[in-house]
Design a binder for this molecule. Structure first.
Ligand SMILES: C[S@@+](CC[C@H](N)C(=O)[O-])C[C@H]1O[C@@H](n2cnc3c(N)ncnc32)[C@H](O)[C@@H]1O
Length: 203
């Protein structure tokens, strides 16, 4: 993915995103927001998009949501107003260059974002930097299947990545390489099991 493709494709997705991906991705959002709420403190949501997860966090946490796309963020701002979310701050920012000091956050939610960001390894390095020791990084994403019909479908649609706005052929190994982030949980998400729930702990 290129930065210009992210901007262009999410400008197209923004008006219809909630209708297309609202329910489809909701299980991961519920799991991540529940986990972050239980841990408490300051949560960073990377690639907050239209803000579908924002009303799901409990009132006891403070949330900073960032996104590269101004069009997606404008929808998130609407949700903050509609739901009167006084504990949410939104900023336009690149996940690959986070404008926060080291060790700022207790949890970082990264939902359906890592296969979109142009350089996911760099984004994860930035996430590791802004995590406090012991913080949890809560990832939900579709990762490339090992084999079968799904693997074939991923390969067929991969050339459309710049139009779609995500890589279909994205291996999980690309998010497991930072030595500061240790995997503590990994499970398929219902209903179809094509999305994965992953928890990385900042060592
Ligand atoms: C598939 S959407 C996911 C939105 C939301 N997390 C959700 O669960 O519905 C991917 C989001 O990642 C954002 N994104 C892509 N590259 C980014 C970057 N480098 N920095 C910040 N956000 C980025 C896109 O603008 C888009 O809003």
């Amino acid at each position: 993915m290129r930065a210009a493709s992210v901007t262009a494709s999410y400008k197209r997705w923004a008006p219809v995103y909630d209708s297309v991906f609202g329910k489809l991705f909701q299980e991961g959002r519920i799991r991540a927001t529940r986990h972050a709420t239980q841990r408490g403190g300051h949560v960073l949501e990377v690639g907050v998009g239209t803000g579908l997860a924002l009303p799901l966090y409990g009132p006891g946490v403070t949330i900073t949501g960032i996104d590269y796309s101004a069009d997606m963020l404008a929808r998130a701002e609407d949700k903050v107003r509609e739901h009167r979310l006084a504990n949410v701050t939104l900023r336009q920012m690149d996940a690959q260059k986070l404008d926060f000091p080291d060790a700022s956050f207790d949890s970082v939610s990264v939902m359906h974002v890592l296969s979109v960001v142009p350089d996911p390894e760099r984004a994860l390095s930035e996430i590791a930097r802004v995590c406090r020791p012991g913080a949890h990084v809560l990832i939900t994403n579709h990762f490339a299947a090992a084999k079968g019909a799904l693997r074939l479908a991923e390969r067929l649609i991969q050339p459309l990545q710049h139009q779609l706005g995500w890589r279909a052929d994205f291996p999980m190994s690309r998010v497991l390489g930072d030595p500061r982030l240790r995997m503590v949980d990994c499970a398929p998400l219902p209903p179809l099991g094509i999305l994965t729930w992953l928890v990385l702990e900042r060592v």
